[in-house]
Design a protein around this ligand. Structure first.
Ligand SMILES: [Fe+2]
Length: 372
């Protein structure tokens, strides 16, 4: 039996300092404490007060610890706060410490990787039957950006059933699902038997599709290999070897456009998007759908130099995971991160047929966080 020593608590008029030792300490501001009373939350967890319901200046009178609970009284009419010390300590870490979407492991060495060995790879029956196993699979999908299922029945429409198990299937102008096979009049170059360079899907959409799922119904015995690379790792690599190009791609808005009889979609995004901390949040790369750039003279030259530097990385086989998916295999990948492509195949001899769908980003990550 061991009990944790009580932390050191100090009340100041404008904050409470709590020191747990070993470098773990917090300075909890008076207004922050007044805004975080348990009583001001509904049973469903939602806050019942607005910030203007509190006075602009909140002053602390006392702060004491009783049985692991911090009791704080305030001057004036602000009601006291009672919170477990452990609860306060948990708020010191980043909000997202336990979020699956932030536990990301970038991989640059695609060519060295074996999909069935190095990524989550399970049978559909196992993932469907066991919620805990599905949770582990989804968290690996969130971490690596890509995961695989095998023994998915080769039945048309199965992709929607599998997609609905993993998250929420998005309905787009391509439908709830789309057929990836050579068509006589392709409304998208994906619907040919041509090779496709690495890309992310639908950057002309806002938001872009969160995750993409592709189910192989008929594999091609020759050609039609799938290619994947981790845009996170590639962007980080570009940052290391060519910081100027990286910076240019993060600050240049690129117009993406798609138009068909059923849809006219346009969105402007940088090829490499950063979050507020300056880390790579997303990669948007699709040469097929870049509209004429609104760049003049030197700005255009700078952009093309950077664009070409990134494109060269995307063509390097050493960064690419390459495999020929077999009938009944299904891949899911993070479309804000993982670039995908394929090698050409001969559709007149081999009628390769995949069905795909998009899953909303938040639904997949929610399941990854929620499942045991
Ligand atoms: Fe695609």
């Amino acid at each position: 039996m061991s009990s944790e020593p009580s932390p050191w608590v100090e009340a100041h008029p404008d904050h409470v300092r709590i020191d747990w030792g070993q470098g773990v300490a917090g300075a909890f501001a008076a207004l922050w404490l007044a805004d975080n009373r348990a009583e001001d939350r509904h049973a469903n967890g939602q806050r019942l007060i607005d910030v203007l319901d509190l006075p602009e200046s909140v002053r602390i009178q006392t702060a004491t610890v009783v049985d692991g609970m911090l009791h704080v009284t305030f001057a004036g009419t602000v009601a006291p706060l009672v919170r477990p010390l452990a609860w306060l300590r948990a708020t010191l870490g980043p909000l997202t410490a336990a979020r699956p979407e932030l536990d990301r492991a970038a991989w640059l060495d695609g060519a060295r990787r074996v999909a069935a060995r190095d990524f989550a790879w399970r049978t559909y029956a196992a993932v469907r039957a066991d919620a805990a196993l599905r949770g582990v699979w989804l968290r690996r999908l969130a971490r690596d950006g890509i995961a695989f299922l095998s023994e998915v029945p080769c039945v048309e429409g199965m992709i929607v059933e599998v997609g609905s198990l993993l998250g929420a299937v998005a309905h787009t102008n391509y439908g709830v699902l789309f057929d990836v096979r050579a068509e006589p009049v392709p409304e998208n170059l994906a619907y040919t038997d041509w090779g496709l360079g690495l890309h992310t899907d639908n950057p002309y959409r806002d938001p872009v599709p969160g995750f993409q799922a592709l189910h192989v119904l008929v594999a091609s015995p020759e050609g039609g290999d799938s290619l994947f690379a981790d845009g996170l790792a590639l962007a980080a690599h570009l940052r290391t070897i060519d910081a100027a190009s990286f910076a240019c791609l993060t600050r240049t808005p690129v117009p993406f456009h798609y138009r068909s009889a059923a849809a006219d979609l346009c969105s402007e995004k940088p090829l490499i998007a950063l979050d507020v901390a300056g880390d790579v949040r997303a990669v948007h790369y699709n040469n097929r759908s870049i509209a004429p750039l609104r760049l003049q003279g030197e700005a255009a030259q700078d952009f093309y130099r950077a664009y070409r530097a990134f494109a060269r990385l995307l063509r390097e086989p050493r960064f690419q995971l390459r495999l020929r998916l077999q009938a009944g295999e299904l891949v899911v990948f993070d479309n804000r991160r993982i670039l995908h492509g394929r090698t050409a195949f001969a559709s007149q001899h081999h009628p390769r047929h995949l069905q795909g769908c998009y899953l909303t980003r938040d639904s997949v990550l929610s399941n990854a966080a929620l499942l045991p």
